[in-house]
Design a protein around this ligand. Structure first.
Ligand code: BES
Ligand code: MN
Ligand code: ZN
Length: 493
């Protein structure tokens, strides 16, 4: 999506749609008064009749029929204007974007960022427009939305904010493009997005954004001893891969931040087969890997002055004559042995070898993202990512990034007592801990493969996929993690 920043008078500005932020109280909104007066007091009438309340989530499209150069007026509810936050504006812009898509409007002009003197509203509103108007429609041969919102102009009254705002808008566009790319990968069907396909996408991104790309294929994985990753992939026709991307924007030798993403391109559960209903959603079990690719793309596009390592273990978890099975014992790259008691607990197996492998880069911090446990959806629902780790500062920095991006985190404990759940009679560990504390026991398992580095594990099982479609999250892959990680990385510099 194209963002432009301009100065101008909304009353004389020619645009297909003019977007105005509105509070639950119509008083104290001179902009609303001005445009409404030009239309014979339409806003006052709509508030009086309660056709429009200004509550969050509400929007009204009004045709101006020549009363203003703008062809349409969009009134967008922001709730109490005294309590505006970037996230409220992001959501309101998402709601406006949905209305514009429904009205087949391809280009619009927004004043949402002028609703209150609060920092961050310009970026938040642009994010809402870009992410709210996103559609995954490449497989529609009929009834395809022919007009999508393609450009948004943020209008400033005559002032000099614009000079600062143009680079902000450009950076926001680059970040949103990365989120949209991530959503494309997450929502892509499993027959397209196989391990080799995702590896190829990673190679393409690396080429386009000047990153180094390394791919480890089966023989190499076997030679290194990645028995856990290989076991998960061995039932599939599509062989497992380990993809490494390196972005070198920082000083030579500066310790990188390592991002590791679970890349199960489809999770049937394997021999411990998942139930049929909703199994199709398990095409999104590579959302962690896709978020890592998106974050690297955005960091490279923004030319962030730091070094990054992205590592994505890719496999498809299938039942088959060759598949791994309950009772098997696998030897991980670390040397630790794992007894498989459930082939559906496969994410921690591909991640444990990746977390071991990443240690050779001597990272300043390791952050892994994974759609790891259904238990996390039970615990936190769809409004928070589960976070666990070994470093309070790293956790706090990520929590802070979560608050400012609206990709919120909630911490769970990793006390050593939880390790009792993962004891095996015949191996060092087992891979599934039973019905209690499922998110934590998975996190505890991962911790056994983290060395001395600072590490945080993010369980995005509840946040990577949107079932219903709301504000700036249309149905499908959400791209969660990209904006969070980029915000965290930008705060480091
Ligand atoms: N990919 C799933 C977790 C998941 C569930 C992600 C729902 C997104 C939405 C993971 O591989 C899995 O199957 N986990 C098991 C672990 C159990 C066998 C210990 C689970 O959560 O049931
Ligand atoms: Mn599984
Ligand atoms: Zn899985």
């Amino acid at each position: 999506m194209q963002f432009t920043v301009k100065a101008g008078n909304p009353l004389t500005y020619d645009t297909p749609a003019l977007i105005i932020g509105c509070g639950t109280d119509p008083a104290g909104n001179p902009l609303l008064d001005a445009v409404s007066t030009a239309l014979g007091g339409v806003a006052a009438r709509m508030y009086e009749s309660r056709e429009f309340t200004g509550k969050p989530g509400t929007v009204k499209v009004i045709h101006t029929l020549g009363a203003l150069p703008a062809q349409r007026l969009l009134l967008v509810g922001l709730g109490d204007l005294k309590e505006i936050t970037p996230e409220k504006v992001r959501r309101a812009a998402g709601v406006a974007a949905q209305a514009l898509v429904a009205a087949k409007v391809g280009s619009a002009t927004s004043l949402l960022h002028q609703a209150a003197p609060v920092a961050g509203l310009l970026e938040a509103s642009l994010e809402g427009f870009s992410l709210g108007s996103y559609r995954y429609d490449c497989y529609k041969t009929k009834d395809r939305q022919e007009v999508l919102l393609k450009e948004v102009t943020a209008l400033f009254f005559e002032n000099d904010d614009r000079d600062l705002s143009a680079p902000l808008a450009a950076a926001t566009a680059a970040i949103c493009d990365a989120v949209r790319m991530t959503r494309d990968l997450v929502t892509a069907p499993g027959n397209l997005a196989t391990p080799p396909y995702l590896a190829e996408q990673a190679r393409e991104i690396a080429g386009r954004f000047g990153m180094e790309y390394t791919i480890l294929e089966q023989e190499e994985l076997a030679r290194l001893g990645m028995g856990a990753l290989l076991a998960v992939g061995q039932g599939s026709q599509h062989p497992p891969r380990l993809v490494l991307l390196e972005y070198k924007g920082g000083a030579d030798g500066a310790q990188p931040v390592a991002l590791v993403g679970k890349g199960i391109t489809f999770d049937t559960g394997g021999i411990s087969l998942k139930p049929g209903p909703n199994m199709e959603l398990m095409k999104h079990d590579m959302a962690g890997a896709a978020a890592v690719l998106g974050a690297l793309q955005a960091a490279a596009a923004l030319k962030l002055p730091l070094n990054l390592v992205g590592l994505i273990p890719l496999a498809e978890n299938m039942p088959d004559g060759k598949a791994y099975k309950p009772g098997d014992v696998v030897t991980t790259l670390s040397g630790l042995t794992v007894e498989i008691n459930n082939t559906d607990a496969e994410g921690r197996l591909v991640l444990c070898d990746a977390l071991q492998y990443v240690q050779q880069f001597n990272p300043a911090a390791v952050i892994d993202l994974a759609t790891l446990t259904g238990a996390c959806v039970v615990a936190l629902g769809h409004d928070a990512t589960g976070a666990m780790g070994n470093d309070p500062q790293l956790l706090a920095a990520l929590r802070q990034a979560g608050e400012s991006t609206g990709e919120r985190l909630w911490e769970l404990p990793l006390w050593e007592e939880y390790g009792d759940l993962m004891k095996s009679d015949i191996a060092d560990l087992k891979n599934a801990g039973g019905p209690h504390a499922g998110t934590i026991s998975a996190g505890w398992f991962l911790q056994q493969f983290v060395g001395t580095q600072k590490w945080v594990h993010l369980d995005i099982a509840g946040t990577a996929w949107e079932d219903k479609g709301r504000h700036y999250l249309p149905k499908g892959g959400t791209g969660v993690g990209v904006r969070l990680l980029v915000s965290y990385l930008r705060n480091l510099i």
